[in-house]
Design a protein around this ligand. Sequence first.
Ligand code: ASP
Length: 455
Amino acid sequence: MAIRLRPFAIGAGLVLSLLLIGGGYPRLGYALFLAVLTGFCLSTSLSLNAQIGIGALLAVLFGVIPGSGVEIVHVAGRVFIAMLKMLIAPMILLSISTGIAQMGEARALGRMGVRVVALYLLTMSFAVATGLVLVNLVRPGAESTLRETPFFSEAVGTQATNLAGDLSLGEFLLQTVFQVLENPLVSLTEGRILPIVLFAILLGLALIQIGPRGQNLVELLLAGYAVVMKIIHWFIRLAPVGIFALIGHLVATIGFQELAEHLLEFSLVVIGGTLFQALVILPLLAWVLAGVGPVELLRGIREALVVAFSTSSSVATLPVTTRCVEDNLDVPPSVSSFVLPLGATVNMDGTALYEAIAALFVANIYGIDLGISGQLVIFLVAIVTAIGAPGIPSAGMVTMIVVLESVGLPGEAVGILLTIDRFLDTFRTMANVEGDTVVAVCTARSIGPSARATP
Ligand code: ASP
């Protein structure tokens, strides 16, 4: 009985909300509509991707109907972004500190740990550099007239003061040093990311150093990390409602066509950059550093790439990634069991590349020139936040807010990116997984056959 009641209640609620909206009670109508949409999302067996697609489609439909009044749902979008922001600081602290603390075995594996971390940083630096070059060449969103609409112009006012007086490189570096050396408790409560990252790295390293004495704290941090992941999972289940509210407001206030054109241009730049990383940079690294040819590499990991594309989760792909590198690319379990699980949460080439391009795209739309120091901040913050992002669907959606705010862009602009985040997540997850496999292959080759024989 309860099963039949639910679709009936959802259908009746939908009709009633539309009647209220059309009958001149938009506040009540949209409140009911959001409640119905939430009930639908929490009870349907449709995939999250499909639900987000439905939310976005409905938002565009309402948005293009003149006088639909959908812009008043904006507040629900702001609540959704606030929910995501709420978790950024604990997520980054716990993800990085537990990631490093668990590298305890890296010490036992000698220089391998250092080499692996260096390779993670190398592949991510290439990814962000590729993204920045491409976005500077194509300049998606630069021709936009959207900045003249009220949605954008309010934020531009604030932004101009934030970036006023572009600093020299020396001043910028000095300022960054002081910003990073902040009391960790203050930065945690105020959500300042760079000091949190530094503290998380120090915490992780200290935990490795003190060995068994720190075991209880490691367990506690790991439990905390699992809890934060669970809450993110709950919040992301509400993404279709949040996305409906954000897109509905956006389309109703700035129109659909121009936004769609710029988003298409942006998506093409992201896909182009991701493919360049996946088909040129990473295979080249595997070839130069490990002597594994591009065809051998891509053929060996193709199953993992397909799973990454369909799950949008590096962590969920992990079993397949491990089987691919061990069976097809001759990576010993002693290497894969260390490099891949750590890489699934730490090494994110696709995410770093995406975040760099997305930040400059938003700046272009707002008509803001970030200058060299702004782009340098993006370079660093994109890598740092990609390291801090967990390997789950839409993690980049959460950390994107940090990248935007690091250069003074309004975090709310993430609403523009959310429209196509799930689609682009599939591509960036593939590059994330491929990056891990390349690091595994390079590490396996560098330690030589004798070392490989002894786990
Ligand atoms: N979905 C990505 C991954 O699991 C993370 C992200 O959202 O960028 O690798």
